[in-house]
Design a protein around this ligand. Structure first.
Ligand code: ATP
Ligand code: MG
Length: 274
């Protein structure tokens, strides 16, 4: 508890002093030459080349805007509207318990955003206890967003690019100290550095569930808002209430995505309510 409070205090201080969460201010302060350099660092990232059938197998439907894509485009539009209105740049995706669909929603939101060519998106796998993207995306790279967060390795060595404007940093294997890594004192600085170098319009973090461990709790102070993924027929109103309180005491609660709706109306397509 003390560790959590100390981490929150440190991150708040960093935000006030223009560190974490003040990415926008940091980016705006960069000279034009640095903004141009941003394009080079993006081009230097290795390209993700998905194997055939990988997206269908992982329930990723948003990269083409096909039959099921619009459900995520609706989420994307609502997320972007709120982020623009409030000047937010970093969003966490979490859920009450495991398996609600955080990774599926995070990746679909990221791929949906990748279709907006004038916007740069960075998506990070910050569930360091149960990472799943390597399997979902059939990645060969042994990338570790955990090592980026501890400062052991640069983001550039742990990220892939999809198209020109979407970067993913996955976590190959569970980290040894997931909570300590996510609560690390250097995290605000590292995130600010990534923002300064890559100039993303939006950074998304696929976080662990909120009610199972304290992994996600302290990290929430590093983001501007959080989206809660609840699983229909699994997540309870009490759990969602609890999560909303936890989120609201650390950052802005953006909304709830109701996932796995068996009886969603046609307007929700793939089974996502929002
Ligand atoms: N809308 C959906 N309809 C049916 N199945 C879904 C849906 N969304 C996700 N799933 C499936 O549910 C399982 C869990 O999804 P996912 O891995 O995205 O959840 P998670 O919250 O990230 O889990 P974890 O807490 O383990 O990280 C996966 O098998 C995924 O394919
Ligand atoms: Mg997951």
């Amino acid at each position: 508890m003390e560790r959590l409070q100390a981490a929150i205090a440190r991150a708040r201080e960093a935000r006030i002093n223009g560190g974490a969460g003040a990415g926008e201010a940091a980016v705006r302060a960069l000279p034009v030459a640095d903004a141009m350099a941003g394009a080079d660092v993006w081009s230097a990232l290795p390209q993700y080349q998905p194997e055939r059938g990988v997206f269908e197998a992982a329930r990723l439907v948003s990269m083409t805007g096909g039959r099921d894509g619009p459900a995520f485009d609706v989420v994307r539009t609502k997320v972007l509207h709120q982020m623009k209105t409030n000047g937010w740049k970093r969003i966490a995706i979490t859920s009450p318990t495991a398996g609600c669909g955080k990774s599926t929603v995070s990746l679909n939101l990221g791929f949906s955003l990748s279709r907006q060519k004038d916007r740069r998106t960075i998506l990070c796998e910050a569930d360091l206890r149960r990472p799943s993207w390597t399997k979902m995306l059939r990645l060969k790279e042994r990338h570790s967003f955990a090592r980026v967060l501890t400062g052991e390795q640069p983001f550039s060595a742990n990220a892939l690019r999809y198209g020109q404007n979407f970067a993913l940093s996955s976590t190959f294997e569970a980290a040894r100290n997931p909570a300590e890594t996510l609560h690390g004192g250097v995290v605000p600085e590292i995130l600010a550095e990534i923002e300064a170098e890559y100039q993303p319009d939006i950074m998304i973090f696929d976080l662990p569930p909120l009610l199972v461990t304290d992994d996600a709790l302290a990290f929430l102070v590093n983001v501007d808002c959080a989206l809660l993924v609840a699983a229909a027929e699994t997540s309870t109103v009490g759990q969602i209430d609890n999560c909303e309180r936890e989120i609201a005491s650390r950052t802005n609660m953006m909304g709830v995505v109701l996932n796995k709706c068996r009886y969603a109306g046609a307007e929700y397509g793939y089974g996502y309510g929002y």
